[in-house]
Design a protein around this ligand. Sequence first.
Ligand code: CTP
Length: 403
Amino acid sequence: MGQPRIVLGVGGGIAAYKACELLRRFTESGHAVRVVPTASALRFVGAATWSALSGQPVATEVWEDVHEVPHVRLGQEADLVVIAPATADVLARAAGGRADDLLTNVLLTARCPVVFAPAMHTEMWEHPATVENVATLRRRGALVIEPAEGRLTGADTGRGRLPDPAEIFAFCRRVVARGAGAGARDLAGRHVVVSAGGTREPLDPVRYLGNHSSGKQGYALAATAAARGARVTLVAANTALPDPAGVRVVPVGTAEELGAAVRAAAAGADAVVMAAAVADFRPAETSARKIKKRDGEDPAPIALVRNPDVLAGLAADRSPGRVVAGFAAETDDVLANGRAKLARKGCDLLVVNRVGGGLGFGSDENEAVILDADGGETPVPRGPKEDLADRVWDAVARRWAAA
Ligand code: CTP
């Protein structure tokens, strides 16, 4: 693809100022961006800002530069239309098929992927009118990113915040990379649950038994599923990564918390992928006070008890059509151990990788083999964790198709 052409629609909300950062990220990474603010967006951030940052003229109404027919051309030529922030009003006008300003005209003429990043107060987001408008837009193939939770304008907090511009940008790049063809949004209408990170089992208020998992592979799975159109719940154990745009993140600490959160999210889900490193054991007792050393005394041994196997439990209880996948990091006999583990856990897919050699924990790359319960074996060569994530979703989609 040459220089990807982006139309950045800006709705009239206070989060319009965050769209400036989004715009910069696009232009600095070689995208040609035309900004189409609504009339009310210009009350928050003026045309001079959009024009200077994009290096392009900025129009709001269809009556400007009429000889260039911008209301048709901009949409037709775009590789992506992203609206950030998408206000309740923009969502309503888009769902209603209105063509009362340049942005809504662009939406009617665009045949490329369309991303809405809504931002509004929680009441407006949860209003049945908005809920229906979002459902309508999604049914027609648009990607509507779930707003984040947090501080809203004024003193209130709740769902309705614009996700971090860096994360909206990352989301949009994935969407552009997948193109406009049928199949680019192949997970649309699906709800998937991903676990990520590593659990921590407390010994006392200060110490815990943990592991090296960074959560990067699980986050890559969540982000790629969202870009392919899925509704995604990410159960994240002790990670230090930004929330991917469009993904509902449920933070947890221990294996028991992770199990409860995954089981709750899995009700009605089409797939669960357990990428988290879950502790097999936890201390039999957790001291309410910091454990102190005493001179001349040997340290007390730590007694451990087994944690339930979340993956095996999910596999045993799964409803028809739900795909359950696990990960296994092995040091020796990777394939044989993986096959045996797949059978033992009773899951549909197991992604096995060798730990060591600079790959795996904390790395941005991975190399693995996806084992299918039907005997299939898909090697995925060393590459970005997102590539492996995409191959995992391909394998999940194949299981759905075969069910
Ligand atoms: N897993 C789980 N619950 C546990 C332990 C592991 O759901 N209590 C899941 C992990 O999320 C992963 C898969 O099981 O998807 C494999 O984890 P691993 O630790 O390799 O499996 P174990 O059964 O613990 O095997 P091993 O004997 O090699 O430790």
